[in-house]
Design a protein around this ligand. Structure first.
Ligand SMILES: [Zn+2]
Length: 319
């Protein structure tokens, strides 16, 4: 049985596992797919997650590496953020958030499965992102032009995942990056996992304060990039400060700042490609445009529907 409620619940012959429950769970088995706060919280239960996710969230739990299984659940790379996992149990795959072309993490490999529960954050045809290398090229060009013109450049992205990619894009040009302490902590975890991010340093160090006396480039948490911050920075070192955000929602515009469509989620063509490669008998969609994407799949001949709260579905639906 599958159901959506407190996360996604799978049960079979008395075994039950919850994927990414958002309310605290007491007892039983829980899989935490990755470290973003809408997926990871601490439970009073047996928690399975990758060793990298454990470091990011700081919870006790059982570490499961990619390609390995525990309690009958196999973990696979999801390509979304460091440590992000897809999970599979008895032919039922749960993607969690995923990305198929991550330059730092490698892409999510579609899981050959019978039933697929997939995230559909960008499940509308309008969300077809430009090639990642092209977006990275545009960001590099924009940062370099502003930095060379003596402006302070602030890049905003989620602290886990996007911020590390932004850091690497800038340091690859030989420009040092000042990282907000929240981001610096995650950067260090990436580097400890063998993913080199180049010449970055936390904003709360003497060296960073020295660099910030003239124009500099900093990576900040998405929600802290505000006009007031730019004003304060301009006054602080006498440079003009500019900002840009990196998010898939850039395609919809109206973010208040320049925005680049660099996303850690699969876009519409990638979601379709995932389904074609996994070739499941039944697909349940969750998150974002779940109804719309399920409709798009049905039009293409797939058996698909949005998983609704409280509904219980037989995984062997046509048996
Ligand atoms: Zn996420």
């Amino acid at each position: 049985m599958l159901s959506l409620g407190n996360g996604v619940s799978y049960s079979d012959n008395g075994n039950r596992v919850l994927f990414d429950p958002h309310r605290k769970v007491h007892g039983g088995l829980v899989c935490i797919s990755h470290g973003h706060s809408d997926h990871a919280r601490k439970h009073d239960a047996t928690m399975l997650m990758t060793p990298e996710t454990k470091k990011i969230v700081g919870f006790d739990g059982e570490a499961v590496t990619y390609g390995k299984s525990s309690h009958g659940i196999t973990f696979y790379n999801a390509g979304h953020v460091l440590g992000s996992a897809q999970c599979e149990i008895n032919g039922v795959a749960y993607t969690g958030d995923f990305l198929m072309d991550s330059p730092l993490l490698g892409g999510a490999e579609p899981i050959d499965c019978d039933t697929l529960v997939m995230e559909t954050t960008f499940g509308l045809p309008e969300f077809a992102f430009p090639k990642r290398q092209d977006v990275i090229g545009s960001i590099s060009k924009w940062v370099k032009a502003n930095y060379n013109a003596g402006r302070t450049v602030i890049l905003g992205g989620y602290s886990l995942g996007k911020a590390q990619e932004l850091t690497k894009i800038v340091t690859d040009m030989g420009i040092p990056v000042l990282a907000h302490p929240k981001i610096a902590r995650i950067n260090q975890i990436y580097e400890n996992a063998g993913i080199r991010l180049g010449g970055w340093l936390p904003t709360n160090t003497d060296e960073a304060r020295e660099i910030a006396k003239s124009a500099f480039v900093a990576v900040m948490p998405f929600h802290q990039v505000k006009p007031k911050l730019l004003e304060a920075l301009s006054q602080q070192n006498g440079t003009k400060a500019v900002a840009a955000l990196a998010t898939g929602w850039a395609l919809r515009g109206r973010l208040g700042f320049k925005a680049f469509p660099l996303s850690d989620h699969a876009d519409f063509p990638s979601l379709l490609s995932y389904v074609e490669q996994a070739s499941p008998r039944k697909i349940y969609t969750i998150h974002g445009f779940a109804n719309e994407f399920a409709r798009q799949l049905r039009r293409r001949g797939w058996k698909a529907e949005a998983l609704k709260p409280g509904q219980k579905k037989l995984t062997q639906w046509d048996a």
